[in-house]
Design a protein around this ligand. Structure first.
Ligand code: 9D3
Length: 236
């Protein structure tokens, strides 16, 4: 998979893509990730990437020209209907459809993912109209821009790529893959500052351990995320 990130803060991504699963996936050739400064596609003499909103109001709006130029360079065309098959251009904005594991799974199937990070008061709507295939928010809270959201989406998608995880782990075993939160985990020592590990985990009875884990997962889910137990939310 190829992932291109368009941002006015390319440095924001320096460290995060160089650790853990993303680093390993890059080194293994499973994913090719490139971060592009939108300013490099601004061809006016002041390299302007934003401007004041028509109609007035506070703040600045990202201009369309540099983003169209970037998409033409990275995708080959700025007409959504003529994108190569398996190309998705995602705009990260607070107005988008909420990112879920189902969306991550869908995006993990594509060949080319372009993530456009919004900022300021927004992005000129003609970007959305002509270029964007998916408008995504990561949740109901206010970020200062789409950069942190692009990192979240990249992380969730890359770890789903075949062979991105180590051999002993599997995305199928994840919390969420069965629609429940994870059960509690313990490691040595069996007693720490007076706190004992549940006895059932120490006795080696694997049927009993599985039953305990399932019960704790259900209990935790009911307590923290009752909404996940609704049938309509069960498919992840
Ligand atoms: C002052 C501007 N706000 C008026 C209600 C709107 C607004 C615009 C841009 C609020 C935040 C942002 C910056 N956020 C993102 O670009 C963003 C985001 C988010 O804030 N929450 C969850 N997901 C995302 S994806 C991109």
């Amino acid at each position: 998979m190829k992932i291109d990130v368009l941002t006015i803060f390319p440095d924001f991504f320096d460290a995060v893509f160089d650790f853990g699963i993303i680093r390993r996936a890059k080194l293994a050739g499973i994913v090719d990730i490139n971060v592009h400064d939108i300013r490099e596609y601004a061809h006016d003499k002041h390299k302007m990437v934003d401007d004041r909103p028509f109609g007035g109001g506070d703040g600045m709006v990202l201009k369309p020209e540099p983003i169209f130029a970037a998409i033409e360079s990275l995708v080959g065309t700025s007409e959504r209907d003529t994108y190569p098959q398996g190309t998705r251009v995602v705009l990260l904005t607070p107005q988008g459809k909420q990112f879920k594991q189902t969306v991550a799974k869908e995006l993990a199937e594509v060949q080319h993912l372009v993530l456009i990070c919004g900022r300021y008061e927004g992005v000129d709507e003609r970007v959305n109209d002509a270029l964007v295939t998916d408008e995504i928010s990561i949740g109901d809270y206010v970020l200062s821009g789409g950069e942190a959201a692009a990192i979240v989406v990249t992380d969730a998608v890359v770890r789903l790529l075949p062979e991105a995880l180590g051999s002993d782990t599997s995305a199928e075993n994840d919390s969420f893959s069965d629609g429940l939160l994870d059960c509690p985990h313990y490691t040595r020592p069996a007693e720490f500052r007076g706190m004992r590990v549940p006895e059932v985990l120490l006795n080696g009875n694997h049927a009993e351990i599985e039953k305990w884990r399932r019960e704790r997962a259900l209990e935790k889910t009911r307590l923290m995320r009752d909404d996940l137990l609704d049938v309509k939310n069960g498919e992840m």
